[in-house]
Design a binder for this molecule. Sequence first.
Ligand code: GLV
Length: 387
Amino acid sequence: MAVITEIKDLKRIYERRVPRMFYDYAESGSWTEQTFRENTSDFDQLRLRQRVAVDMTGRSTASQMIGQDVAMPVALAPVGLTGMQCADGEIKAARAAEEFGVPFTLSTMSICSIEAVAEKTSKPFWFQLYTMKDQDYVRRLIERAKAAKCSALVITLDLQILGQRHKDLKNGLSAPPKLTAKTIANLMTKWTWGLQMLGTKNREFGNIVGHVDGISDASSLGSWTAEQFDPALDWAKIAKIKEMWGGKVILKGILDAEDAKMALKVGADAIIVSNHGGRQLDGAMSSIKMLPSILDAVGDQIEVHLDSGIRSGQDVLKALAMGAKGTYIGRAFVYGLGAMGQKGVTTALEVIHKELDISMALCGKRSVSDLDRSVLLVPEGFGGRWA
Ligand code: GLV
């Protein structure tokens, strides 16, 4: 049995166990992948300030995100096709999150439906919404999330059209995979994945298939987004969706202080500083580099969360010390899920928790609420001088 000490260990096992097309889907950024790479490498530019002779007993990482208690401020991000990384992947990840005491966010583009996840979990999860041209479908989706008692609506704003990920096109990404000579050759090396997949009914986009008519190819993320996502989404429409939902709303995909101010105006409960894991606008700045200017603009008026680039508890610590009140992991939990199912997601959360807890202590802090910029050493010009 492999000894897992860091997220990279899970990634190595994940790469061996999961069909290449789904590994590539998770592991890609758009076009040149510059933003995807910088999301992680920019965290390395920040350093932590070591402090000593501070009583480190009685530590806690517990906190709150949008008023909900969390064991640590690290939520599972919405990730499309999670149920293709491992059979019933969304259910397994949601159960691991629930046991650990952190929020799970179900993607609109999930394999397991809202109802399937609700049936197998006992605490409310968050639902991520993509806005579609078909207003009636959006309304029904919102009603389904309400009926499932989802406790927050996470509206994604940075994917009205899809940024191109070369490998997905070359691999012919679909859910379930289409059986071409290339995919069959690869699937033959992934027996455990295949047998588990044969044991579940959840193999298509569960929130879509059976809920809408007239889609040319319901197995393809690319054609669904091109045909159905609403390119006309604007702030007025966001305000309407917020009203339709009537509960807590988190706006995901904010990467600019001006947009953060608009999010504040529509009355969001929180924003997520995110560039969609480097999967949309290639050439955009990393989330961690944009965080300070967004905090300066709205941080005292709205809860600011950070997503994109977090692979360790030290990254979480840096984001929190900068001023974020919550963080998200996407790929880091997917590696665990593909490697070892529910147990792998729990392991990913444990690894990140331990790294956060110990690093926080070595910075002389006992609680996440004590974290502030004094914990960080930020190089001059970290945000860059961009005209
Ligand atoms: C969808 O959310 C994607 O990034 O593929």
